[in-house]
Design a protein around this ligand. Sequence first.
Ligand SMILES: NC(=O)c1ccc[n+]([C@@H]2O[C@H](COP(=O)([O-])OP(=O)(O)OC[C@H]3O[C@@H](n4cnc5c(N)ncnc54)[C@H](OP(=O)(O)O)[C@@H]3O)[C@@H](O)[C@H]2O)c1
Length: 247
Amino acid sequence: MNLNQQIESWLLSQRAQLVARDRPFVTLSYAQSWDGSITLQSGEPLALSGEPAMQLTHHLRSLHDGILVGIGTVLSDDPRLNVRQWQGPDPQPIVLDAQFRIPPGARLCHLSDKRCWVLTSAETACPVDSALEVIRLPGDSAGRVSLHDALGELKQRGINSLMVEGGANVITGFLKQKLVDAIVLTVAPRLVGGYKAVGDLQFSDRAALPKIAPVFTDTLGSDVIMWGKVQYDNVAGDEDADHAGAS
Ligand SMILES: NC(=O)c1ccc[n+]([C@@H]2O[C@H](COP(=O)([O-])OP(=O)(O)OC[C@H]3O[C@@H](n4cnc5c(N)ncnc54)[C@H](OP(=O)(O)O)[C@@H]3O)[C@@H](O)[C@H]2O)c1
């Protein structure tokens, strides 16, 4: 099995164990530099992954029912979020956008045969064109879309597996609320000194900080791929550590 196949088979087995829940299985997947930066500064894109890792990202997209990013990522990167470098179906594009700032011309609303779902708590939100479907949800105490409500709604709409691609506010929000099941991380051999993927998780008990166990690693081109199950309780992780063979 090559690396893509190993990750696919592992993800599908993890997902199979967690089907009977009121929310989708959530895979967090993004690219960072060796120092943990996902870009130089928030609001500007930075390509980090090499070609094979980018293909893996497209493969992962094709394995999920939905793909979610924050409005910050839409405004800075204008991503397409569809499957182009792999053969497979496009996931449902979904944007977290509490204040409904999505530009009418955002590419992810026009490149898929699926209408883009915009999760918002703005009362005034109304679809600016037919490429969007506005889904109104309660806001949390910080005025953002409640992630628990969002995931419940997505599950009801048939999204059983969700890939979360970023950016940092969204990654942090999902981790803070213990909503990530699996992570597939690309670590690119760059030192950026920029905007970090994970912010303050506000866990008062340090022992309860999320842990990856088991953990798997391999290389893909010049990138390191790390993947594993995210655990939120105290687990003995070290003895579970594993290293996949070279693909
Ligand atoms: N290297 C990578 O793999 C990668 C991947 C993705 C993005 N990026 C980079 O990340 C940067 C964008 O990251 P970012 O942190 O500025 O923005 P972001 O995480 O993409 O979006 C954050 C915004 O989403 C909205 N939101 C609504 N509900 C939320 C919730 N419950 N939790 C969190 N956010 C919620 C908020 O805006 P409202 O209040 O207006 O709704 C929030 O400001 C860009 O520069 C992009 O290039 C890198």
